[in-house]
Design a protein around this ligand. Structure first.
Ligand code: CA2
Length: 149
């Protein structure tokens, strides 16, 4: 049976492709989800994507993934740098977690250099733009024992 990956996106990522294309690119979040769904078919994964601007909703989504999702891909956006609540929720999730950032947070302002989520993440992908989500799925396919060739 196909493994299930939940793809969670944090605040303001619903604006992807509409502003700051120099940093975040031209593709929209819907484009990203479509790319992930297409790749998931090839990798024999099932992906379920959600986005929220609210920390508690993201915590709820992570809790809901327990026992349902095999893995989580998360771009916590600004909550990356502030949220112990999201870290705690991820610590209660048993499968692999991959943290994705569109931009290379280490090349940006100092306040973006620290990630609370990285303390839990099994891998961190930053600076690959929207391809980062696809790279995360390829890695998860390997970790979950699916096809990745
Ligand atoms: O590089 C990333 O993926 C970030 O997680 C994006 C966050 C930022 O706070 C993190 O430091 C790094 C910001 C997401 C906001 O996305 C927008 C996209 C288009 C227009 C405006 C905001």
């Amino acid at each position: 049976m196909a493994a299930t990956v939940h793809i969670l996106n944090g605040p303001n990522l619903n604006l992807l492709g509409q502003r700051e294309p120099d940093i975040y690119g031209h593709e929209t979040l819907d484009d990203v989800v479509r790319r992930c769904e297409a790749l998931a078919l090839e990798l024999d994964l099932t992906v379920i994507a959600m986005q929220s601007n609210h920390e508690g909703a993201l915590v709820d989504a992570i809790q809901s993934a327990r026992g349902v999702a095999d893995a989580i891909v998360i771009n916590p956006a600004a909550y990356t740098h502030t949220s112990v609540a999201i870290l705690d929720a991820l610590n209660a999730f048993d499968g692999p977690v991959i943290e994705v950032h569109l931009s290379n947070i280490h090349k940006r302002e100092a306040f973006r250099h620290h990630s609370f989520v990285s303390a839990r993440a099994d891998a961190v992908i930053a600076g690959c733009g929207v391809q980062g989500y696809e790279l995360a799925l390829i890695r998860l396919s390997r970790l979950l024992g699916g096809r990745d060739d």
